[in-house]
Write a protein that binds this ligand. Structure first.
Ligand SMILES: Cc1cc2nc3c(=O)[nH]c(=O)nc-3n(C[C@H](O)[C@H](O)[C@H](O)COP(=O)(O)O)c2cc1C
Length: 90
């Protein structure tokens, strides 16, 4: 298996939790040396956007060249809230 050091570009996908980057992703970023690497994020969220996750990537992966993220709304959280509100409103 190739070690982390041998990769030039890393595609990193994660969901937004609590308006930010999940703890496991922070741990992964902190565990590696990012200098000279390109980091290509792809992010899903539940309807409230990527929050401060890009700032977290910058602070946890010093030395990385961080590309514009691909950001995709996965509608489940907003849909859940709307359904519960509708139910409570009845
Ligand atoms: C613990 C938790 C916290 C979440 N917090 C947010 C949030 O702050 N904003 C948001 O838009 N979506 C939030 N979501 C929704 C997830 O971002 C969404 O379900 C996820 O991106 C979909 O990808 P998945 O199918 O890989 O989980 C949260 C989900 C979980 C489980």
């Amino acid at each position: 298996m190739r070690g982390f050091a041998s990769f030039e570009t890393v595609y990193l996908g994660f969901p937004i939790w609590g308006e930010t980057t999940p703890p496991v992703i922070r741990s992964f970023l902190k565990a590696h040396d990012w200098s000279g690497k390109t980091l290509q994020p792809f992010i899903t969220h539940g309807g409230y956007g990527p929050g401060n996750s890009m700032a977290i990537l910058r602070s946890h992966a010093p030395g990385a060249r961080i590309e514009e993220p691909f950001v995709l709304e996965a509608d489940q959280e907003r849909r859940t809230l709307n359904q519960v509100k509708e139910w409570l409103g009845k």
